[in-house]
Write a protein that binds this ligand. Structure first.
Ligand SMILES: O=P(O)(O)OC[C@H]1O[C@](O)(CO)[C@@H](O)[C@@H]1O
Length: 539
């Protein structure tokens, strides 16, 4: 008998869901709610100060049972345990996956290659804290003796999106006299605009790159160094710090060794916010708030590791995603925070999710026969309502989504939070229950408009509610999505922690760039023509 694992979609639990889905496609959320007053509470979970109401999904108790059986069959708890223990679950790169160790307490023990990594984690955190305090207090001085007022983080992908998103999310904690900016794009306009109006003598660059080879980051860092040298003369070293898993390359670039904050190959770029990649965030909000965010992450880690599957929030979210992705043909998943300060949250998890689970080969190297990660997208409410919600309500595609809201808001004006949240709840109600033809007619709508004003409803949503958007709540929310992504990777039997798919484009860009200065040609007809046109006109 072969011991090659059975393909994910050949498991009996997968097949049972496929046949159950055929029945459920004909069931409307209106039916599921009528005569079932307990539905909302049966399908609501509380964990770590977050409430997840998943009752507005096209599921019954039986669906949940079947989904949970799939999670058991796929070995979700065992796989999670292997990750937390430091096993090298990123097999294609032979690496452990230990973003959870970055927020583990000082007395925890997590071993990689026989070495407990927790003391190093806390050593770096302590160095970051000391440095952040020195900068924030004004003790750290630049080449001309002025304190730092501007911090410009140069990084891209995981070395940008997390701290940039969190700096906006935690705006009330950001020191008003510190101007924190993020530059990622190799489009020179990004750096140019970020530097506009800044005094170099008061500016510090954080060059953040795990590899310290990324084209965009290195190009921006070199231009920033030139900008600084032109203003301040030769030695701009005191105005640069680096965050990298390749410190030798940062030294080569000219960053003094004691201004380099390290991290490790077992921290994936898109999971690196809790590592030294979070330095610009720590500079902005201070070490105390940063550590309280880590506390929120840790709570969710512990919940994910310890809670039974049926009350495990990341697992439930993951299973619901699989339900629509694999059994209802949904191609996308929307993340819709009703909090302006989370306006980069969907973009952050666009990388987190799509770079992790956008794969088409299973763990045995076989082509998958099922859909893997959906397209992740979203905007904050209520802006989205005035842009793309029309399509979610009445379009032909099924767009499941998460509505994230808060019961209280800082820095608001009278009445605003109630209006925001009334809209959040109204949208999920409208999406679930819609408006029937009879209801529309009863409203006295002119006959010719009736078909256009009917809302089919039956559009599934999750609602995630927290008390307030503060550092621990942000940590819990991020960890919730991180573990959701992990769980889906297990269910789809794919490796979630590599990203080989980004390599080919990078390589071709290098080749083309070199050709711009020499003899272009030899590509396909389209690429050659585009390059010729560009070179002809670039001046
Ligand atoms: O931190 P680095 O090494 O500059 O990489 C930046 C980003 O590039 C990627 O490798 C993909 O292009 C991401 O995974 C990563 O977050």
């Amino acid at each position: 008998m072969s011991d090659t694992p059975v393909k994910a979609n050949r498991r009996p639990e997968w097949k049972a869901l496929a046949s159950h889905a055929e029945t459920m496609k004909a069931v409307h959320l209106r039916e599921l709610f009528s005569h079932d007053r307990g539905r909302a509470s049966r399908f609501t979970l509380e964990a770590c100060g977050l409430t997840l109401d998943y009752s507005k999904n096209r599921i019954t108790d039986e669906t949940r049972e079947l989904l949970l059986k799939l999670a058991e069959a796929a070995g979700v708890p065992e796989e999670a345990d292997a990750m937390f223990r430091g096993e090298k679950i990123n097999r294609t790169e032979n690496r452990a996956v230990l973003h959870t160790a970055l927020r583990a307490p000082k007395d925890a023990e997590v071993f990689v290659d026989g070495r407990n990594v927790i003391p190093e984690v806390h050593e770096v955190l302590d160095c970051m804290s000391t440095f952040a305090e020195r900068v924030r207090s004004g003790e750290w001085r630049g080449a001309t003796g002025k304190p730092v007022r501007n911090i410009v983080n140069i990084g891209i992908g995981g070395s940008d999106l997390g701290p940039a998103m969190a700096t906006d999310a935690l705006r009330p904690w950001v020191r008003e006299d510190l101007n924190v900016r993020y530059v990622s794009n190799v489009d020179g306009a990004h750096l140019f605009d970020a530097l506009r109006g800044l005094d170099p003598a008061e500016t510090m660059f954080v060059v953040a790159s795990k590899t310290f080879t990324t084209l965009e980051t290195m190009s921006n860092a070199i231009s920033a160094r030139t900008w600084m040298r032109e203003a301040l003369g030769g030695d701009a070293g005191g105005h640069f710090v680096a965050v990298s898993a390749a410190p030798e390359k940062a030294i080569e670039f000219g960053v003094p060794e004691d201004q380099i904050f390290g991290f490790w190959d077992w921290v994936g770029g898109r999971y690196s916010l809790c590592s030294a990649i979070g330095l610009p965030l720590m500079l902005a909000i201070g070490p105390e708030a940063f550590r309280s965010m880590l506390g929120g992450f840790r709570e969710m880690d512990e919940h994910f590791r310890g809670a039974p599957l049926d009350s495990n929030m990341p697992v439930i979210l993951a299973l619901l995603g699989v339900w629509y992705n694999n059994f209802f043909g949904a191609e996308t998943h929307a993340i819709l925070p009703y909090a302006q300060r989370l306006h980069r949250f969907a973009a952050y998890f666009q990388q987190g999710d799509m770079e992790s689970n956008g794969k088409s080969v299973d763990r045995e190297g076989r082509p998958v026969e099922w859909e893997t990660g959906p397209v992740i997208w979203g905007e904050p409410g209520t802006n989205g309502q005035h842009a793309f919600f029309q399509s979610i309500h009445q379009g032909t595609r099924l767009v499941p989504g998460d509505f994230i809201g808060f019961c209280r808001s800082r820095d608001t004006y009278p009445g605003h939070q109630d209006k925001l949240m009334a809209n959040c709840f109204a949208q999920t109600e409208a999406l679930a229950f819609g408006r029937t033809r009879e209801e529309v007619e009863a409203e006295g709508v002119p006959e010719h408009q009736v078909p256009y004003r009917v809302f089919e409803g039956n559009r599934p949503t999750n609602t995630i509610l927290a008390d307030e958007l503060d550092p621990p709540a942000l940590g819990r929310l991020i960890a919730l999505y991180e573990h959701k992504i992990f769980t889906q990777g297990v269910l789809w039997d794919i490796y979630s922690f590599d990203q080989w798919g980004v390599e080919l484009g990078k390589k071709l860009a290098k080749t083309l760039l070199a050709e711009f200065e020499g003899e272009p040609g030899g590509h396909d007809g389209s690429t050659d023509a585009l390059v010729r046109r560009y070179l002809d006109r670039r001046r």
